[in-house]
Design a binder for this molecule. Structure first.
Ligand code: B12
Ligand code: SF4
Length: 466
């Protein structure tokens, strides 16, 4: 029996860690999750872990390295293993001295195999599929296991939520995440999915759905544990019509909690929207990304036409379903007029929740390759902060436009007003951040039942550690 402790910084339920700890425990190993580990050092040390594990997104690499170095000092002999999108797409990060092992892609099989074989030496796990292992003789780069099949995904244990039950903020969060599928068949250039599909070519289907029965059984379990609002994180919830219709029927009968899902707008039609409404779907999220059709379809390669966006918005309004649109500002070639076009299309369709991020060239995405960020150390911690591209004035313009985005949509600002405010350079522009958080928080309240005091606690915590 080996032991592993997953560390995380965010006050969010993390599916990767919850699933992997459940798999480890199912195979007889000790596994736990510690949130905010630098404040709970004693808990980590007391667990006497063989492995300290983290899911690493590109912006959290500096934090993950700092924490890894800290625990390596406190726990000589502990092995540090990183998984998740950053090591998957930039495995060279294993060169950092704090990292012993990285996992590329799905982690269930590699983790269990690693825990089973470990005898205290890196030699014992050097040939584990899916892992790169740093041995005294150099880094061993193993081939990967095949992707889990749809049947295997359906047999995975439920994400283990007990780890969060003792955490004061997470315990009270009304909003819980789950999943029903993996993979996405589209090829948007700001996203990692095209490369993920490419690197798994020949390994069986990349897009896989759990059975309706397994997905609904987990949702029922979540409801029994106290979930109030459900967020399904799948990139594409509406891929297969028959699956969706069966799911909606079963969800309504056995769960019925307010639900939020993501989809490409093209998958929304009368039959599916009616079924989703019947099931209790509260909001649907889809990407617009840019109001300029050419940028959306050619630069971002998101295959959604303007006419689809208009017709889908009308359909959702008719059925009384709220909708959130994903939008991006700050692509280097984007003018202020282009940015306003994204505001404008959202005004025209009456978006309930106009969500917007600042473009970041993450590793693994085609645009990330174009605007390359090397070891990824320079990312801002959040895509709500600032652009990492362009000179100072350009970054300030993009940050202003981004902070004003939701307000410009909701208040129907004209181009002139939007441009005047976006070009503003006095310290007063700091007030825009308040506007941004007001709209963002209001969306979280309405979609997921959060309270303002709960959100304030969350943000104070996040900013104190940013
Ligand atoms: C839900 C979600 C969130 C949630 C929860 C985060 C989480 N990862 O659990 C929240 C809201 C907190 C979140 C926040 C952010 N997110 Co997010 N998020 C997602 C989303 C939609 C689903 C993640 C998920 O739960 N997947 C299901 C689980 C099971 O998969 P997984 O976490 O990848 O884990 C599997 C493997 O990666 C591996 N694995 C993972 N960890 C480990 C560890 C070990 C030891 C091992 C062996 C294996 C292993 O095994 C797991 C099971 O197979 C993804 C998109 C996607 N399709 O993945 C984006 C995504 C991960 N997010 C992304 C980003 C950019 C962010 C933010 C940085 C955005 C921001 N605000 O700026 C923040 C993070 C803050 C920060 N600075 O780090 C990017 C990451 C890109 C990158 N190169 O890092 C993604 C890929 C979206 C995208 N397409 O660009 N996110
Ligand atoms: S942005 Fe969405 S639709 Fe496009 S490839 Fe990524 S997950 Fe798929």
């Amino acid at each position: 029996m080996a032991s592993v402790v997953f560390l995380q910084r965010e006050l969010e339920d993390r599916l990767g860690a919850m699933l992997l700890t459940a798999c480890a425990a199912k195979h007889g190993h000790r596994a736990e999750i510690v949130v905010d580990p630098l404040r709970h050092v004693r808990r980590v040390v007391a667990a006497k872990p063989d492995f300290i594990a983290m899911t690493v997104l590109s912006p959290s690499l500096p934090w993950a390295r700092r924490v890894a170095a800290h625990f390596k000092r406190l726990l000589p002999g502990v092995r540090i293993v990183f998984g998740g999108p950053h090591p998957t797409f930039l495995p060279e990060c294993i060169a950092f001295p704090e990292i012993d092992i990285i996992c590329i892609g799905e982690g269930e099989r590699p983790l269990v195999r690693m825990l089973e074989r470990y005898d205290g030496t890196l030699e014992s796990i050097r040939d584990t599929p899916g892992l790169w292992v740093k041995t005294p003789g150099g880094v061993i780069k193993n081939p990967r296991f095949a992707l889990l099949t749809a049947d295997e995904l359906s047999e995975l244990p439920f994400a283990d939520r007990r780890h969060y039950a003792g955490h004061p903020v997470l315990r009270r969060s009304p909003h819980w995440r789950t999943w029903t599928s993996r993979g996405c068949p589209y090829k948007c250039t700001f996203c990692f999915e095209p490369l993920y599909t490419e690197m798994n070519k020949g390994q069986g289907p990349v897009v896989r759905q759990r059975t309706v029965a397994s997905a609904v059984a987990e949702l029922k379990h979540m409801k029994e544990l106290g979930a109030k609002y459900i967020d399904i994180v799948d990139d594409q919830f509406l891929l297969a019509r028959k699956w969706t219709l069966e799911f909606c029927e079963a969800y309504r009968e056995h769960v019925g909690l307010p639900l939020v899902v993501n989809t490409l707008a093209n998958h929304l039609d009368e039959e599916r929207v009616r079924a989703l409404k019947h099931a209790g779907v509260h909001s649907i999220c889809f990407g617009i990304e840019s109001g300029v059709e050419r940028i959306r379809m050619e630069t971002y390669r998101k295959p959604v036409k303007d006419e689809t966006i208009f017709s889908v918005a009308e359909l959702l309004r008719r059925h009384g379903i709220d909708f959130l649109t994903f939008n991006i500002l700050g692509l280097p070639e984007e003018s202020l007029e282009d940015m306003y076009a994204t505001v404008r299309i959202n005004q025209q369709i009456g978006t309930t929740y106009p969500w917007c991020s600042i473009f970041q060239p993450y590793p693994g995405s085609p645009l990330g390759e174009r605007y390359g960020m090397g070891a990824g150390e320079q990312f801002s911690y959040s895509y709500f902060q600032e652009s990492v591209l362009g000179d100072g004035p350009r970054r300030a313009l993009v940050a202003n436009a981004h902070k004003l985005f939701a307000h410009a949509v909701k208040a129907n600002l004209s181009f002139d007003a939007f441009a005047r405010l976006a070009r503003h350079t006095s310290p007063l522009r700091k007030l825009y951040t308040g506007l941004f958080y007001w709209h963002y928080g209001d969306g979280l309240r309405r979609r997921y039942g959060h309270s303002w005091p709960g959100l304030a606690k969350h943000w104070v915590y996040a900013n104190a550690r940013a």
